[in-house]
Write a protein that binds this ligand. Sequence first.
Ligand SMILES: [Zn+2]
Length: 275
Amino acid sequence: MPEIPDLEGYRSYLNARLPGQRVETAEAPIPWLIRTGGDEFVKRMPGQVFEPIERVAKLLIFPFESGDRFVVHAMLAGRFQYVEPKHRRRSVTSWVLGLENGMEFRYFDQRRMGRMYLIRPEQFDEVVPRWTEMGPDVMDPQLTPEKWLELLKKSRAQIKSVITNERIVAGIGNAYSDEILWEAKLHPFRKRSDIPDEEIIGLFHAMRRVMEWSIPIVTREMEEKGLPPNHYRKHLRVHRKADDECPRCGHRISEITSGKKVTNFCRECQPGLER
Ligand SMILES: [Zn+2]
């Protein structure tokens, strides 16, 4: 699932290319991923001029000069392409926009789970699911350590579930939650209610540090190598690094799988349950 650094990478990459471009043609080979209607998309997109792209939580928002907004939640497997039309189209391509500069902006989705909405700015509440229930975005400047403490007080659950719950704070997924908890030296399965306030504040700063560290790495990789079929995750220190050495203490990285979710952490420098 694309997470904030991946989406920020897309945003920078696409912001260097799309704003000011006029859409000349629109197609929707897999129309039903566009929840507001594939026909409507095909009809309404030609003539639209891109403005700078925004990100809120795991959503990318493409604003147009007309005021329309195209909102994309890529879910597990949605990916973008910015390519010449001769570039072979994948069978799972959901929509294609032909641009006035001759390039195509496309979206494909192996799992066909992504969701898109073409809306007016005032329709977010009504059309985008859970829009109004979402907690603040991780990078929201109004999210202060005090506010963070207050938000997290609402839950007594395991800390990893708390920070990946978008009703509490929006934008953290499975991979980066492992990185954030490693950075904060917190065991992922410790209960929020057993963690003292000062460590919760420490977690806030760890979260911001992980984002500020990883966003430029992912952005640079995307700029150098292009939009990825898979996310750039090599820089991660614990997630999917089971049995590697912890970069901080050298202890072996542990892995626990629950459902389809893999959690990696270091038992040595993220002690918790047994204390
Ligand atoms: Zn360690």
